[in-house]
Design a protein around this ligand. Structure first.
Ligand code: 5AD
Ligand code: SF4
Length: 482
């Protein structure tokens, strides 16, 4: 379809624009749904398919909330949906391929139901190349919007229904922080809470600073109030979300308030558990370490992506810490937080990574004693600095490295679980096990999955469980009654 056939909306993203960072603090505005839009979805159903990280999972909760306020009902069945939105991930090539596969697979639904609105949003929509591909090869996609304008969804849908036109509106740069967005949360026990949006780090391999914009911190009062409200609603755990939670507050102009302060303030809120993800080692300050040392509702699990155990590779990744800095932080964390469980993210096969440099990663993994890790083969992302680096490491070598690393990482999972054998642990029971209705399931403060026998009254509550067996991926146990 030629560009002139598009509606008033035709804004494509641009990665160069997206990389720009202004110094001004963004505005905080409140979400408001005009009354005229509250009935647009009456009698209609929506489905959102989510790819990628927790940030996307939570954005889906927000979009679902918006759609519900517009009168749409949720469905899990594609066949009966009037709107299907794919909330996409751009972090690695295989994530993008999965999305394209899904869009292709939805074509028949559009043929059967021409009134179906098929939308694509999320990180992939922020890439101009992807938007061009969608426009050229996937003409059954009706609506494309990005990560910065999900609060505009009501207008897009109104106009899509009114004008029957395709809508493409992706903002290259972030807009305001939008508070009071409605949310349709996935569970009633655990909840996600954004603390920052965007990322200013520009790790050389990473597309996120381009797709998610400049780093913006929510105001402390808005975060604390949201956690308080969740506690009042009966939620037992929140996970604070940010690409680099440790740089929280650095964009405040008049206030000196950082992540450590936020942790201290949240520790006073009456909610049993507070987690956070993701940490950046370079910004993990002593105040935050000390706050975590106080325990309370701040759990003993830290996801601390290292990416590589070699200082030269870290430098080329623009991570801004050395192997030694990282190990020093780990030492402090272990010293301050009793029984802390550390997990990480690691990339193997970064351009020109040598065997010796990879060995440094293995030795660091052993030294830290991670109890879990997400491991990835480096995937070039167009527009990032690393994508321009010449790479002399064959794919076969990268795959071998990944296998060797995973073996070691799995050993860490197993050891991490073994230490609990015979112990009584606190488990936040979320429901029954995926594979067996008669077994309950939940997580420890250190984020270990426990499958256990017990009373269904445990669901939604913190209970004590005696660990009877340790497996690689989970623990088995029996509820203990006091
Ligand atoms: N290739 C492979 N892995 C990547 N990650 C981010 N960008 C890339 C890439 N281009 C990994 C990092 C990050 C995690 C979320 O995804 O390890 O911490
Ligand atoms: Fe990507 Fe680095 Fe930002 Fe994490 S900190 S989102 S890896 S650029």
């Amino acid at each position: 379809m030629a560009e002139k056939d598009y509606s008033k909306y035709f804004k494509k993203p641009n990665l160069k624009e997206a990389a720009k960072r202004g110094k001004e603090r963004v505005k905080v505005i409140n979400f408001d749904l005009p009354e005229t839009m509250e009935k647009i979805g009456k009698g209609k159903k929506f489905l959102i398919d989510t790819f990628g990280c927790q940030m996307n999972v939570h954005d889906t909760e927000v979009m679902s909330g918006i759609l519900q306020n517009m009168g749409f009902n949720h469905t899990k069945n594609e066949e009966e949906a009037d709107i299907i939105i794919l909330n996409t991930c751009a972090i690695r090539e295989n994530a993008e391929n999965k999305v394209f596969g899904k869009i292709g697979a939805l074509k028949h639904l559009k043929r059967e139901n021409p009134d179906l609105i098929l939308g694509v949003c999320g990180c992939m929509s922020q890439e101009e190349k992807i938007v061009n591909t969608l426009l050229e090869k996937y003409q059954h996609v009706d609506l494309i919007f990005g990560t910065h304008n999900i609060h505009r969804l009501p207008e897009y849908l109104r106009d899509a229904y009114l004008n029957k036109e395709r809508i493409v509106e992706v903002w290259s740069q972030e807009g305001d922080i939008v508070e009071h967005m409605p949310k349709r949360r996935e569970g009633s026990v655990k909840a996600w809470v954004n603390i920052t949006y965007g990322c200013d780090e520009f790790c050389t391999y990473c597309i996120v600073p381009f797709t998610r914009g400049k780093e913006r911190s929510r105001l402390p009062k808005d975060i604390i109030n949201e956690v308080r409200e969740l506690a009042e609603l009966g939620y037992k755990e929140v996970t604070l979300l940010g690409q680099n939670v440790n740089s929280y507050g650095k964009d405040f102009k008049d206030e000196k308030y950082g992540f450590g302060d936020l942790l201290n303030d949240l520790n006073k809120v009456d909610i049993p558990r507070v987690r956070f993800t993701t940490s950046h080692p370079k910004d993990f300050d002593d105040k935050s370490v000390a706050a975590l040392g106080k325990g309370g509702n701040l759990v003993e699990h830290i996801h601390l992506p290292v990416q590589s155990g070699n200082t030269d590779v870290l430098k080329r990744m623009n991570r801004k810490y050395t192997r030694e800095d990282y190990l020093e932080l780990v030492r402090k964390l272990k010293e301050t937080i009793p029984n802390v469980s550390l997990t990480t993210d690691i990339i193997v096969g970064f351009p020109n990574e040598t065997d010796e440099q990879f060995e440094d990663t293995l030795s660091l993994v052993k030294e830290v004693g991670y109890e879990g890790a997400f491991t990835f083969i480096y995937s070039p992302r167009e527009g990032t600095p690393a994508a321009k680096m010449k790479d002399n490491v064959p794919m076969e070598v990268k795959k071998e490295r990944l296998q060797r690393l995973n073996k070691l990482v799995n050993e860490g999972y197993r050891k991490g679980h073994e230490q609990y054998k015979g112990q009584v642990v606190e488990v936040l029971c979320e429901g029954t096990s995926k594979n067996d209705d008669s077994i309950l399931a939940g997580y420890t403060r250190t984020n270990k999955l426990v499958n256990f026998t017990g009373d269904t009254a445990a669901i939604g509550n913190l209970v004590k469980v005696k660990v009877t067996e340790a497996r690689t991926w989970h623990l088995l146990g029996e509820q203990v009654y006091e």
